[in-house]
Design a protein around this ligand. Structure first.
Ligand SMILES: Cc1ncc(COP(=O)(O)O)c(C=O)c1O
Length: 361
C-alpha cells in the first residue's frame, strides 16, 4: 500500500531483503547495469596523490588536511565535517550515536542501508512510502511531526528523483535530526545553476541537518571506502565518539583531499553534463518500448522503470548477458520494477535492443 505511514513488523516473510545490493547481481561475464559506480580511467590529479600516499602507510592517518579541504569545498568550518569509510559508515555512526531517538522515520523507496543500520542498532523504524503515481514526489507533510530522526535520499536511489531543496529544508526543526543522503548529488544538474541544484551541503542554518556524501560513485572508489558527513559540530562530535579510531585510511584521506579541489569539482560538473545527455538517450530508448514506464523525472546516474513481470525479464536479461538491479528489495517497490544504470549511448542501444527482443518474444 502506498501513501501511508506504516510500522514494519520485523521478521515477516514479506520483508524486502535490505541487505541486497547491486554488486550481487553484477556477476562476472555480464554487462553491468546494476551497480552505479562509474568506471573510467582515474585522472592524474587523483591517481598521483593516491599513489604517493602509499609511501606514508607506516604512519597513522591524519584526517586534518582532508577535513580542511572538504570543509573549504562546502564553505563550512572543518569542525562541521566528519570523514567516514564511505557513506555507509556514516549511517552506522548515526544509528549508534542517536540511540536515544524515539521515532525514527525513513522515507522510501531509498537506499536500504540507512534503515538496515538503524535496525541493527535496535531502533524501531517507521517508513514513509512515496507514491509512484505522483513520481515519488515528497510531500513534507507526510512525515510525522514528532519524528525525531528523518532519513531521506537526494537524489534518491533507486527512483532517481531529485527533491526540491526547499521541501527537504521544510523537514528540519529543533529536536529532530534530518539526514539527507547526497551520495549522488554530484550527478545532478539544472539549467542555469552552476553547482549541484538541490544540495543542502552548504546550508548551515538548518537545525539538526546532517548531509551524507560519498566519493565512491563518480570517482570509482567503492573499494577504497571514502565519504563524509556535514552538519553541526556538536552533533558530529557525538558521531565521532562512536567511530573506530583511524577508520579512514591514509589513501582514502588523500582521495578526499584531491576530490575536494576546485578542478575536481569542475570535473564533476562536466561528468554530470555528459551523464545528463546519456540519461536522456536511455530514457528516450526505454520510453519507446512497449509496456515500459520510466519513473518520475530521472536526475541521477540511474533510472527506475516499471514493467509488468520485470522480475522474469531480469532473469532473461541475465541469460542474454545483461545485469540490471532488481526492484523488489526496495521497500515501496516490488517485482515489476528494475533499476538500470546510465551508460554510454552504444551500451544503451545494445541493451535496449536486447530488452526490445525479450519484450516482443
Ligand atoms: C544512495 C546511496 N547512499 C550511500 C551509498 C553508500 O556509498 P558508499 O560507497 O560511500 O558507502 C550508496 C551505495 O550504493 C547509495 O546508493
Amino acid at each position: 500500500m502506498h501513501g501511508q505511514l506504516i510500522e514494519v513488523p520485523p521478521g515477516t516473510g514479506k520483508e524486502p531483503d535490505l541487505g541486497h545490493h547491486g554488486d550481487a547481481e553484477a556477476t562476472p561475464g555480464l554487462v553491468d547495469l546494476a551497480v552505479n559506480v562509474r568506471r573510467d580511467t582515474m585522472p592524474d590529479w587523483l591517481a598521483d596523490p593516491l599513489t604517493a600516499s602509499l609511501a606514508e602507510l607506516a604512519a597513522y592517518p591524519d584526517p586534518g588536511p582532508a577535513r580542511a579541504a572538504v570543509a573549504a569545498r562546502h564553505g563550512r568550518p572543518p569542525a562541521e565535517v566528519l570523514l567516514t569509510a564511505g557513506a555507509a559508515e556514516g549511517f552506522v555512526l548515526l544509528a549508534r550515536a542517536l540511540a536515544g531517538v524515539r521515532r525514527p522515520v525513513v522515507v522510501h523507496p531509498q537506499f536500504t542501508e540507512p534503515e538496515a543500520a538503524l535496525r541493527a542498532a535496535g531502533h524501531q523504524v517507521e517508513r514513509v512510502l512515496l507514491d509512484p503515481a505522483d513520481g515519488f514526489r515528497l510531500d513534507p507533510a507526510r512525515v510525522p511531526a514528532d519524528a525525531d530522526l528523518v532519513m531521506i535520499g537526494n537524489p534518491t536511489n533507486p527512483t532517481s528523483v531529485l527533491h526540491p531543496a526547499a521541501d527537504l529544508a521544510a523537514l528540519a526543526r529543533p529536536g529532530r535530526v534530518l539526514v539527507v543522503d547526497e551520495a549522488f548529488a554530484d550527478t545532478t544538474l539544472a539549467p542555469g545553476v552552476a553547482g549541484e541544484p538541490e544540495s543542502l551541503a552548504g546550508r548551515r542554518d538548518l537545525p539538526g541537518l546532517v548531509v551524507v556524501r560519498s566519493l565512491t560513485k563518480t570517482w570509482g572508489l567503492a573499494g577504497l571506502r571514502i565519504g563524509y558527513l556535514l552538519g553541526e559540530a556538536a552533533l558530529l562530535d557525538r558521531l565521532a565518539a562512536v567511530q573506530p579510531l583511524w577508520a579512514v585510511s591514509t589513501p582514502a584521506l588523500a582521495a578526499a583531499t584531491a576530490c575536494a579541489s576546485p578542478p575536481a569539482v569542475a570535473a564533476e560538473r562536466e561528468i554530470a553534463a555528459r551523464l545528463a545527455a546519456d540519461r536522456d538517450h536511455l530514457v528516450a530508448r526505454l520510453s519507446a518500448l512497449p509496456g515500459v514506464r520510466v519513473a518520475g523525472r530521472p536526475a541521477s546516474a540511474f533510472v527506475l522503470l516499471h514493467l509488468a513481470g520485470a522480475d522474469r525479464v531480469r532473469e532473461t536479461l541475465r541469460e542474454r548477458g545483461w545485469a540490471v538491479r532488481r526492484g523488489d528489495t526496495f521497500p515501496g517497490l516490488g517485482p515489476d520494477w528494475l533499476r538500470v544504470a546510465v551508460r554510454d549511448p552504444a551500451t544503451t542501444d545494445a541493451f535496449t535492443d536486447v530488452l526490445a527482443e525479450i519484450l516482443e518474444a
